[in-house]
Design a protein around this ligand. Structure first.
Ligand code: ACO
Length: 338
């Protein structure tokens, strides 16, 4: 019995009566220019470049400036993806984020306003670092059901605004950025299988609020590092095996793995346990840190830009995040290199 509930993988008949698949039409990114290096953090908390590098693999991360919000990053990434797809509008906008500009309205509606898009449905998904994968599973369902022909899906975070820069165990981890995809209907390839799940009994592993250790400090992102590490490795390894089987592939068939970027050591452990060589993994955690829901689309865009994705490439993407939440998908890449 699989550990994660199945999402529908059979193709629903499309409007044409032919099989309808969700394919990636384009990608886009937006990264703030300001960089926080490990040396910068050494000046703020009791830490060292050597500790951060050894325990996380992170060298630097991006930080959005004062007044720059998640919706601004999201809109910029979304605009690039729309331009690359040659589209001015889509049938739905989904933004995955845990660091919205404000509680209300949804970031997706702010993106819609910024991009002056027509009155299509726009909504947010909050599943922390798994949010983009969950958003993609929703978008895939909309496209295969024929409810939408094109979806703009964005993962965007301004996590440095939620970080408590007195908490050395978390402040070194997180960064800001946004990645986007335009998904559309195709006849073949695209998303072949997906899995998702969550277990709220682990809700205390990662949360935003006061520190249990130092209750007098303000709110911030808190993390039970070791428990999260273990669960992330177990779930992402299991997802790789389940998705591979669901797609009808062997592990040797996989060309590229795009994991959530929380920690270099987590990625290495998933590679080792899953029997996948590390050179197939796309890794940007060294330069961007953990960008939450933005990490998967940022890594996809980088893989595309650096020529690692070609029509026919077999791609696995897996994520784990607060909640606890997890999810992944197997995809046959269809876009041609730009
Ligand atoms: N610099 C120096 N020392 C530090 C730092 C730091 N920045 N942070 C912690 N330490 C110390 C600790 O105080 C501890 O010291 P002690 O032994 O004297 O008590 C020691 O280093 C070891 O700390 P651990 O927390 O056990 O270190 P660990 O090797 O587990 O690494 C880390 C911590 C990097 C957080 C790791 O556990 C991790 O990456 N966890 C998973 C993160 C993850 O998966 N996130 C995904 C979801 S996030 C989301 O959804 C928003």
């Amino acid at each position: 019995m699989p550990a994660t509930p199945l999402t529908a993988v059979e193709r629903a008949p499309g409007a044409t009566g032919r099989a309808r698949a969700s394919v990636v039409l384009s990608t886009g990114v937006c990264l703030p220019e300001a960089v926080i290096s490990n040396a910068d953090l050494e000046r703020v908390v009791r830490t060292s470049d050597a500790w951060i590098l050894e325990r996380t693999g992170i060298r630097e991360r991006r930080r959005s400036g004062a007044g720059v919000t998640t919706s601004m990053l999201a809109a910029a990434a979304g605009k690039t993806a729309l331009d690359h797809a040659g589209l001015e509008s889509v049938d739905a906008i989904i933004v995955a984020t845990s660091s919205p500009d404000t509680f209300i309205p949804p970031v997706a509606c702010l993106v819609q306003r910024r991009l002056e898009m027509a009155s299509v449905p726009a909504f947010d998904v909050n599943a922390a670092c798994s949010g983009f994968v969950d958003g993609l599973i929703v978008a895939d369902g909309l496209i295969r059901a024929g409810t939408a022909s094109t979806v703009l899906l964005i993962g965007a975070e301004a996590l440095t605004k939620l970080v408590d820069y007195t908490d050395r165990s978390t402040c070194v981890l997180f960064g800001d950025g946004a990645g986007a995809m335009v998904l559309g209907a195709g006849d073949a390839g695209g998303i072949l299988a997906s899995r998702w799940g969550s277990d709220g009994s682990h809700a205390d592993l990662i949360y935003y609020g006061p520190s249990e250790e130092y209750p007098d400090t303000g709110d911030g992102l808190r993390l039970a590092g070791k428990g999260t590490f273990r669960m992330a490795v177990e779930q992402m390894t299991e997802l790789c095996a389940e998705l591979c089987e669901a797609a009808g592939w062997t592990m040797d068939d996989i060309d590229v793995v795009i994991p959530h970027q929380a920690n270099q050591r987590i990625i290495e452990a998933v590679a080792k346990r899953g029997g996948l060589s590390l050179d197939r993994f796309v890794i940007n955690v060294d330069r961007l840190g953990n960008t939450g829901a933005a990490s998967v689309p940022l890594a996809f865009a980088e893989a595309e830009a650096t020529g690692r994705l070609h029509p026919g490439s077999r791609v696995l993407s897996v994520a784990f995040g607060a909640g606890a939440t997890w999810g992944g998908f197997a995809m046959e890449w269809t876009s041609s290199p730009r």
